[in-house]
Design a protein around this ligand. Structure first.
Ligand SMILES: Nc1nc2c(c(=O)[nH]1)N[C@H]1C(S)=C(S)[C@@H](COP(=O)(O)OP(=O)(O)OC[C@H]3O[C@@H](n4cnc5c(=O)[nH]c(N)nc54)[C@H](O)[C@@H]3O)O[C@H]1N2
Ligand SMILES: Nc1nc2c(c(=O)[nH]1)N[C@H]1C(S)=C(S)[C@@H](COP(=O)(O)OP(=O)(O)OC[C@H]3O[C@@H](n4cnc5c(=O)[nH]c(N)nc54)[C@H](O)[C@@H]3O)O[C@H]1N2
Ligand code: SF4
Ligand SMILES: [Mo]
Length: 885
């Protein structure tokens, strides 16, 4: 017997339904929910590994004040009093909340209510500022509301799918799988990927446009000019449902073709092909994500895309429309509750006096914020210069994820009063908290999230709350009550909060606002428990259905019309002689943001186990780095040291570094310490994908690789990157100066008992050194050292942590540092579900498996979550191409 709970994945905005089961021994397992309309049973590698990330290791279980355990009462009184006193002494704008698209709607709703309606400031901003705010601003300019018009089904129904600034295969993997399946079924469907890098996503593309960084405004402006002169233009839609076409068209026409070539960096043939495809295909969906949003021209990029869909009337009909892909599980829910500093609740506008009055009457609140509050980058500036004196950070890790991260860290450190609510005790941000509040996490918490297609799903708890950890909404409500707002924060459960949120959405709405879930305004606790996923809008009295917006106009500007928005050609090249490279940052398949959860899974950590910079082979030669050596990347803001990954997928003159690594997992790889705090003028979203940097080789005297059963507490090395591995930990190392006594270094680092002697091997000519420490027949730790990047087979070395080393021969094989003849090295992990390595896949291809399916049959690789299928296809293609040469 096992208990099953239907819930929702806490990672990306696809919002997959998950069924969690607990067996008789308390073991949790997860599988995709076959009935959930987002994923129909599928899960990606991160979703499939959820059960591996919910242990209590490292969890924050009790409130702490000044680093000491405290009672909830004391901690909450302190927070409430401190916020009240600060507001009384310095005014409402002297305090701020910095929250997150990973909060549930109910948590988020209360945070926004407390700040905007009761404290009376709009100083609540969220990590969605770094994520979706350019889309929000673009939507509002064009549509008069922050509306995503389409549904996932449109991506399957389209004849042309454009993915711009989106690495869908890695960042929205289940949506990618739905796209790939649709394309396999209807091979006539075309996919265009627009991305300066050739990502794994581009492997599915009929056309990959390796656009120059920030060339998107020019590309879609050029497209608009071309469409306007073709039969694709929908004069009727333009005349009936829009304003401003002629001015925007005139400006678009002024862009010459040579300018277009220059600004996009694309070959004329490719440009023409892209224009032709768009012009001649009615059913076109344009999906976009951070390559669009995270830019100093992010809002203009969004509007340049929307202009093309409006001009052709391809919006809100099956298989047609612009599609902003949300990143976080509840990025969309955060927008519904008005979590951004420049929004009000339920898609109302803070600038609009009627809206402010309406929200205030609904809340029966003493005040209402009169003007937009500070956006994330400005908020931390205000923390730094003392304008903000009390800050509450909830469900986000800004010391890692904010641009100019060292300055942000210094600001937090200097702030007189910092509250952090998190699930973990030690993150780069919690280390600076005056008050630490333990939150319950996924598996424990209850509420709702809204995905990219406006679908609201329940997250349900299936594990008890550990220690004294409490829901985020409860913490907000307690502080609200203790600040004196008893009535307005008297909630006892998330169901009541959701009902109020729904009631506000329909309050004096009557079709004037897109967001209306009035159907849930009276929802009873038991109906909330069993709530099935549904898309908004869902007004009271209507039946649940698939929803789309704007096919027949009905925009939310006062005149009901959409606006064509004039866009500016941005400065796209920020490089200089001193900082000649463009740094682009983003995500990898198996890590989530700052790794606080995915970093717990050995399986997920085996895909890519250390921070890296992708660099083009010719650039690598020019600056003198070779594959697998280390590279130092520097800007005026800061520097990092990461592994060089030399690849032609990277365009010349640019580097790509993942955003995930932080001080808990690497010596110096917080890439946001390098990112300049440049923002979009409309949305305030940081330009995290176009940063001028210098890159140089990092000269190491020794490189190392080590495995250990226990987590090393302190690593003394110029470069280190730590990752969870089966049976213990693995780490990559580099030293700028030789260590005098390596055995001693191991003893301190790995806490080796004094009576344990190392087993060693040293090669004087090459400088190679191997040291291993055993406790009986078990390996405690092993270090492999060389003057070049260490060539030992990683997976084999890791396997030694779980192996028995009963005889001397086995122990010597370990210090010899190579797999035995009968245990070949599987190579770097490709399929994390089944732990299949690249060498095994190459072997299968050599044995005649020439398709992803055949490899799957032989090795199981790619047959569970499917996230690695694109990579397997790449390996097969690579092998076959080499064989054909
Ligand atoms: N595995 C994994 N999945 C995730 C997340 C995660 O942490 N890990 N996070 C989630 C979140 S919160 C988000 S926001 C999404 C983000 O999802 P994505 O936006 O798909 O991911 P990114 O890797 O940030 O960036 C996408 C691509 O934009 C490209 N790009 C850079 N500059 C430009 C440009 O000027 N023009 C164009 N057209 N493209 C450009 C980059 O090369 C990159 O490949 O992912 C979600 N899913
Ligand atoms: N250079 C660069 N920087 C970026 C980006 C980029 O592409 N490049 N992307 C940006 C984007 S799109 C995003 S979304 C951000 C993400 O950046 P962050 O939001 O900073 O990243 P996370 O690691 O998701 O942080 C979530 C924190 O909340 C904690 N947590 C998890 N669950 C809960 C919960 O239920 N309650 C509470 N209270 N805490 C919880 C986690 O332990 C973790 O500390 O990064 C942004 N920064
Ligand atoms: S695609 Fe993966 S990470 Fe995203 S919601 Fe689905 S299972 Fe979770
Ligand atoms: Mo995001």
């Amino acid at each position: 017997m096992s208990a099953e709970t239907k819930t929702t994945c806490p990672y990306c905005g696809v919002g997959c339904g998950v069924i969690a089961s607990i067996d008789d021994h308390g073991k949790v397992s997860v599988k995709g929910d076959p009935d959930h309309p987002s994923n129909y049973g599928r899960l990606c590698s991160k979703g499939s590994a959820l059960a591996e990330t919910i242990d209590l290791d490292g969890r924050l279980l009790y409130p702490e004040v000044g680093g000491e355990r405290a009672s909830w009462d004391d901690a909450l009184d302190l927070v409430a009093n401190h916020f009240s006193e600060t507001v009384a002494a310095h005014g409402p704008d002297s305090v701020a909340f910095y929250v997150s698209g990973q909060l549930l709607t109910e948590d988020y709703y209360l945070a926004n209510k407390l700040m905007k309606g009761f404290i009376g400031s709009a100083n609540i901003d969220t990590n969605s500022r770094l994520c979706m705010s350019s889309s929000v601003a673009g939507h509002r300019r064009a549509f008069g509301s922050d509306t995503v018009p389409g549904t996932y089904e449109d991506i399957e129904l389209a004849d042309l799918v454009i993915l711009t600034g989106s690495n869908l295969a890695w960042c929205h993997p289940v949506l990618y799988q739905r796209l790939a399946a649709a394309k396999a079924e209807r091979p006539g469907m075309k996919v265009v990927v627009i991305d300066p890098r050739r990502t794994v996503t581009s492997d599915i593309a009929d056309l990959h446009l390796a656009i120059r960084p920030d060339g998107d405004v020019a590309l879609f402006t050029g497209l608009l000019a071309r469409l306007a002169q073709s039969s694709a233009i929908d004069q009727n839609f333009i005349a009936t449902h829009t304003e401003g076409f002629s001015d925007v068209f005139a400006e678009a026409s002024a862009l010459s073709f040579s300018d277009l070539l220059d600004k996009t960096g694309l070959p004329a043939m490719q440009l023409r092909e892209f224009f032709r495809l768009f012009e001649t295909t009615e059913k076109v969906v344009t999906c976009y994500s951070q390559g669009v949003n995270q830019s100093s021209s992010g809002t203009d990029k969004v509007n340049a895309i929307l202009n093309c869909h409006l001009a052709t009337g391809r919006i809100g009909r099956p298989g047609m429309g612009p599609f902003s892909l949300t990143g976080q599980p509840n990025a969309m829910g955060g927008r519904e509750v008005g979590g951004l500093a420049n929004m009000l609740a339920a898609h109302m506008a803070i600038e609009n006096a009627d809206d402010r009055d309406r929200v205030q009457r609904f809340w029966k609140s003493p005040v209402i914020a009169e003007r937009p509050g500070l956006k994330a980058v400005d908020m931390f500036r205000a923390v730094a210069d003392g304008r903000v004196k009390a800050l509450w950070i909830m469900a986000t890790n800004p010391v890692v994820s904010m641009p100019d991260a060292d300055t942000v860290e210094a600001a937090i450190k200097a702030c007189p009063f910092v509250v952090v609510s998190d699930v973990l005790r030690q993150t780069d941000t919690t280390r600076h908290a005056d008050v630490l509040l333990p939150s319950i996490g996924w598996a424990e918490k209850d509420g709702t999230v809204t995905n990219s297609e406006r679908r609201i799903s329940r997250q349900r708890s299936f594990l008890p709350s550990p220690g004294e950890a409490k829901p985020d909404w409860w913490q907000m409500a307690e502080v609200g009550r203790r600040m004196g707002f008893t009535e307005a924060f008297s909630f006892r459960s998330p169901a009541g909060i959701f009902a109020e949120h729904a009631a506000l959405s329909s309050f004096e709405n009557n079709g004037s606002r897109d967001f209306d879930i009035g159907a849930c305004a009276q929802i009873a606790a038991e109906d909330y428990e069993t709530l099935s996923p549904f898309q908004w809008p869902q007004a009271a009295g209507a039946a649940a259905q698939t929803t789309r917006f704007f096919a027949k106009g009905g925009f939310f500007h006062a005149d009901g019309k959409a606006r064509f928005v004039a866009v500016k050609m941005p400065v796209s090249d920020r490089t200089s002689a001193e900082f000649p490279f463009t740094l682009n940052t983003g995500r990898i398949r198996d890590q989530w943001h700052t790794m606080t959860r995915t970093g717990k899974s050995a399986r997920l950590s085996s895909h890519i186990a250390e921070p890296f910079a992708e660099i083009h082979p010719r650039d690598a030669i020019e600056i003198g780095v070779s594959d697998a050596s280390l590279i130092k990347i520097e800007s005026p803001q800061g520097k990092v040291i990461v592994r060089a990954l030399v690849t032609e997928r990277q365009a010349r003159g640019s580097l790509f570094v993942p955003m995930h690594w932080n001080d808990s997992f690497a010596a110096k790889a917080r890439i946001d310490t390098v990112v300049a705090p440049v923002t979009d003028p409309f949305s305030g979203q940081p330009a995290s994908k176009n940063v001028a940097v210098a890159a140089r080789p990092f000269k190491a005297s020794h490189y190392g690789f080590a495995v250990s059963t226990a987590k090393p507490q302190h690593l003394e090395a110029a470069y280190w990157a730590l990752a969870k591995a089966n049976g213990g930990w693995r780490m990559e190392l580099a030293f700028d100066d030789p260590v005098e006594d390596w055995a001693e270094w191991c003893r301190t680092t790995f806490d080796i008992p004094p009576d344990v002697e190392p087993l060693g091997y040293a090669d004087q000519t090459s400088g190679d050194l191997r040291l291993a420490f055993f406790d009986g027949d078990r390996l405690i730790a092993a270090l492999f050292l060389a003057r070049q990047p260490v060539a030992v087979a990683r997976n084999w070395a890791i396997a030694q942590l779980s192996a028995s080393h009963g005889n001397m021969r086995k122990r010597f094989a370990l210090v010899a540092g190579r797999p035995g003849a009968n245990t070949p090295d599987p190579g770097a992990t490709v399929c994390s579900c089944f732990g299949v390595g690249v060498n095994q896949i190459v072997g299968a291809v050599r044995n005649g498996c020439h398709s992803v399916e055949a490899v799957g049959k032989a090795l199981n690789a790619g047959t569970n979550c499917g996230s690695c299928r694109a990579e397997i296809r790449g390996i097969i293609d690579g092998c076959l191409a080499t064989a054909a040469e």
